[in-house]
Design a protein around this ligand. Structure first.
Ligand code: SAH
Length: 212
């Protein structure tokens, strides 16, 4: 299957499963997923499934990428933090929708590969950093939006604090692989509101020890 055929088929599937935001669909269309997996997985890039990307990690299922991105209600002037760069696929999609994306990954090897992909796609509005994203990126906060692509055991309050007032975060929360939910979290004047909207299965958000 060609890249174009694969992308069209995948987009139709995502539309039928609830991705309706035209800007999000366009960003998905402009970001062929086969470029974000290794050569031996490229054949499967059009399937609506998560795929291995090395270091025991996965590129998220396309429908989850579509629904999470849509839920953030993005605007083109926004600054967005992503926690868990992985392959860089989600960051590349965000980069087509907002002014600047800050993305943090704990695995240096994955980050290096993702960075090379951003360069070759000429996505110059993505800033990368190796580190523990569970602490956010305090030097660049506050963010208009935050997307977490690894499952936190509990609601990550440190990240909520880095949201601008009225800012929105989408985050998978749950300890068990079989009992995780995606939450939409909105920062309010005196705290936050959180609403679960989808059952998901993400790799865990690894909190690195301070002394490491
Ligand atoms: N958004 C990615 C999916 C990544 S899977 C994509 O589009 O491909 C989750 C990623 O989160 C993994 O690469 C994992 O290494 C990373 N991760 C887990 N805990 C982390 C942490 N505390 N800080 C930064 N990255 C983390």
């Amino acid at each position: 299957m060609t890249t174009a055929d694969g992308t069209i088929r995948l987009l139709m599937e995502l539309r039928s499963q609830g991705v309706s935001d035209m800007a999000v669909l366009k960003a998905l269309e402009q970001t062929p997923r086969d470029g974000f997996v290794s050569a031996d997985q490229a054949e499967r890039a059009w399937e609506n499934t998560a795929l291995p990307i090395g270091c025991g990690q996965t590129i998220s299922q396309p429908i989850v990428v579509g629904l999470m991105t849509q839920k953030l209600d993005l605007g083109e002037r926004m600054r967005v933090l992503e926690v868990g760069t992985g392959s860089g696929y989600q960051a590349a999609i965000l980069a087509r929708l907002v002014r600047r994306v800050y993305t943090v990954e704990r695995h240096a090897d994955l980050l290096r590969e993702a960075h090379a992909r951003f360069e070759s796609l000429k996505l110059h509005n993505i800033t990368t950093r190796r580190g523990d994203g569970s602490r956010g990126w305090p030097e660049q906060a506050p963010f208009d939006r935050i997307m977490v692509t690894a499952a936190a055991e509990t609601m990550p309050e440190a990240l909520i604090e880095q949201l601008a007032p009225g800012g929105i975060m989408v985050v998978p929360v749950g300890t068990d692989t079989w009992d995780q939910k995606l939450y939409r979290v909105e920062r309010t004047e005196d705290g936050y509101d959180s609403v679960p909207f989808l059952d998901v299965r993400f790799v865990p958000l690894v909190v690195e020890s301070r002394s490491a």
